[in-house]
Write a protein that binds this ligand. Structure first.
Ligand code: HEC
Length: 222
C-alpha cells in the first residue's frame, strides 16, 4: 500500500516528466480499456436491428402496409357486366317482393290456384304491355277475366286489391314476374311506373276485367 501510494502520488521531488508519466498511468487505471467490451453491445444492437427489420417486413405484409382500413379491391366491370349485375339485382329484389306481396295468391311457382287465383306464368296480362300489369298492381282487379283459356273472377269474393308498394318496388316485381318461370318479357323501369301512376291517378277503384280488355285491345285481340 505504502509502496503504491509512493508510486502513484509521488512527492515534491518529482520531475515534470515523472509527473506526466504517473498521471498517464493513473488514467489507465481509472478508465480500464474498453476494447473487448465494446464489441458485445454492438453485436446486440446489430442483432436487434435485424430482428426489428425482419419483423417490420413481416408486419407490413400481414397488416396491409399498416393501413387500418385497406382499400377494397376495385373491380372494373365492363358495361355489359354492370348491366347484367343491375338486372340480376332488380330480379332478386322483385323475387323478394313477389314472395311477400303476391305469392300467397299466385303461388311461388307463378301457377296460381285453379278456379281461384289466375296464373302469371304464361299469362298475357302479365307479360304483354308494361302498363297493363302495372295498372293491375296500382289499382287492383275484379270481375271476370280469361287467363290461358280459363275463366277467373266469377265470384265477387275472389278479387285482387291494389298492392300498396312504391314505384320502384312495382318496377322490380313486375320485371321479376315478366322474366321468371317460363316468362321472357322486357323489364319495366321505375320511370315508366311513375308515369303509369300519374296516368291513372284519377282512378279510385279496382279495374274490372272488361275495362282493361277495352283499354288494351292489342293485347286481347287474337
Ligand atoms: C289476395 C290475393 C292476391 C294477391 C296478394 C295478388 N293478386 Fe294478382 N290477382 C288475384 C286475383 C283474384 C286475380 C284475378 C282478379 C279477377 O279475376 O278479376 C289477380 C289477377 C292478377 C293479374 C292478371 C291476371 C293474370 O293472372 O295474369 C296479374 C298480372 C296479377 N294479379 C299480378 C299480381 C302481382 C304482381 C301481385 C303482387 C304484387 C299480385 N297479383 C298480388 C289475387 C291476388
Amino acid at each position: 500500500m505504502t509502496e503504491d501510494k509512493d508510486k502513484f502520488h509521488g512527492n515534491e521531488n518529482m520531475t515534470d516528466e515523472e509527473l506526466v508519466e504517473i498521471h498517464s498511468k493513473l488514467n489507465v487505471e481509472k478508465h480500464p480499456p474498453t476494447k473487448g467490451f465494446l464489441s458485445a453491445p454492438l453485436i446486440f444492437v446489430f442483432v436487434f436491428g435485424c430482428l426489428i427489420f425482419v419483423c417490420s417486413i413481416q408486419l407490413a405484409h400481414s397488416t396491409n402496409q399498416f393501413q387500418l382500413h385497406p382499400p377494397t379491391d376495385v373491380v372494373d366491370l365492363t358495361d355489359e357486366e354492370k348491366e347484367a349485375l343491375r338486372i340480376e339485382r332488380k330480379f332478386e329484389s322483385g323475387k323478394k317482393i313477389f314472395a311477400l306481396r303476391c305469392a300467397s295468391c299466385h303461388q311461388a311457382n307463378g301457377l296460381g290456384i285453379p278456379g281461384q287465383y289466375p296464373p302469371l306464368d304464361g299469362s298475357k296480362w302479365a307479360t304483354s304491355d308494361p302498363a297493363l300489369v302495372s295498372y293491375i298492381i296500382l289499382n287492383g282487379l275484379k270481375g271476370e277475366i280469361v287467363v290461358k283459356g280459363e275463366v277467373y273472377g266469377t265470384s265477387a269474393a275472389v278479387n285482387m286489391a291494389a298492392v300498396p308498394i312504391t314505384d320502384r318496388e312495382i318496377a322490380n316485381v313486375t320485371t321479376y314476374v315478366r322474366q321468371a318461370w317460363g316468362n321472357n318479357s322486357s323489364e319495366i323501369s321505375t320511370d315508366e311506373v311513375v308515369q303509369f301512376r300519374q296516368d291513372t291517378s284519377a282512378k279510385q277503384e279496382q279495374w274490372t276485367g272488361d275495362e282493361l280488355v277495352e283499354m288494351f285491345p292489342a293485347v286481347f285481340t287474337n
